[in-house]
Design a protein around this ligand. Structure first.
Ligand code: C2E
Ligand code: MG
Ligand code: MG
Ligand code: MG
Length: 291
């Protein structure tokens, strides 16, 4: 009857409400756990860097490496940078973590060079807020000097989206860094909407074609059109163009045919330890494309 129907509806309502709050609580508990674990990650030395080779498609040689941050938390296990970097930004830890990454990468680069291992350049990702921090440029200079890494061996990667949101401040900071001799790459390129006229004003060395376009090559029409446009845009501005996330041989064919000479991706090598990179350099292992 009507009463029992009403009762049932209320029960269900209450249950789904309870379920909903339970799910929310679960998520915020996870967030809180990550936050408190992040606060301890540096002192507990839970961070490390891995390095992914960047390859010249003409001869298969390594022309550089991208440093990528890894966090193995005692409490949470391995956490992806795509999850913990935004969290670190929210809780104000990104500057400290970012400086740790820079120092570690520059010191590693200097160690390789001291061993006679010529890795080309080392690319380090930085977040937008880090770039705009008051003393960032000074810190980069200090870290370079202390590590002994030649300034031109360091490349900083900033995402296109951040630069577009903060065009004038970004230009100013990047000019200071370029002035010191640091190289600048624009990461995840193609996902934002930079105009050619804005790009022209940025003191850049490198455009990195975002993986989302590379993955559609060579079949997907839109990916082809976008990749071609980025490559010719880069060349018209005399920039180095590098494709990220290359996983298949036929992507290489398309890229080479269209004048993109550099690539990075699982096809050539996953991010690996510094020792593994040293091994590759010692044996002068060409990262040949294998079937
Ligand atoms: P990103 O800078 O665009 O780095 C490329 C990401 O793609 C890396 O993921 C890399 O491992 C992955 N990747 C490389 N080749 C392939 C491929 O062939 N296929 C696929 N599916 N993936 C590939 P990772 O290391 O998980 O990093 C994710 C993002 O986290 C990075 O994207 C970057 O935005 C951020 N990140 C990583 N390390 C740092 C850091 O030290 N500082 C800052 N600020 N951000 C970092
Ligand atoms: Mg990057
Ligand atoms: Mg990228
Ligand atoms: Mg990316």
């Amino acid at each position: 009857n009507a009463d029992t129907a009403m009762y049932r509806a209320k029960q269900q309502g209450r249950n789904s409400f309870a379920f909903y709050t339970h799910a929310l609580t679960e998520r915020s508990v996870q967030h809180l756990k990550m936050q408190s674990a992040l606060h301890l990650a540096l002192p507990k030395e839970e961070f490390s860097l891995v390095y992914q080779p960047q390859i010249d498609l003409h001869d298969g040689r390594m022309v550089g490496v991208e440093a990528l941050l890894r966090w193995h938390s005692e409490d949470l296990g391995s956490v992806s940078p795509s999850d913990f970097i935004p969290a670190a930004e929210r809780i104000g830890l990104i500057d400290e973590i970012g400086l740790w990454v820079l120092r570690e990468a520059c010191e590693q680069g200097a160690r390789w060079l001291a061993q006679g291992l010529h890795f080309g350049r080392i690319a380090v990702n930085i977040t937008g807020p880090q770039l705009l921090k008051e003393n960032f440029v000074g810190e980069v200079g200090r870290i370079l000097a202390q590590s002994g890494l030649p300034t031109s061996a360091l490349e900083l990667e900033v995402t296109e989206n951040f630069m577009i949101q903060n065009p004038e401040e970004s230009i100013q900071r990047l000019r200071q860094l370029r002035g010191m001799g640091v190289q600048i790459a624009i990461d995840d390129f193609g996902t934002g909407y930079s105009s050619l006229s804005y790009l022209k004003r940025l003191p850049l060395n490198t455009l990195k074609i975002d993986r989302s376009f590379v993955s559609g090559l060579p079949k997907d029409q839109d990916s082809r059109a976008i990749a071609e446009a980025i490559i010719s845009m880069g060349h018209s501005l005399s920039l180095t163009v590098i494709a990220e996330g290359v996983e298949h041989r036929d992507q290489v064919g398309f890229l080479s045919d269209h004048g993109c000479r550099l690539a990075q991706g699982y096809l050539f090598g996953r991010p690996v330890s510094a020792d593994k990179i040293a091994e590759l350099l010692v044996t002068d292992a060409r990262c040949h494309v294998t079937d």
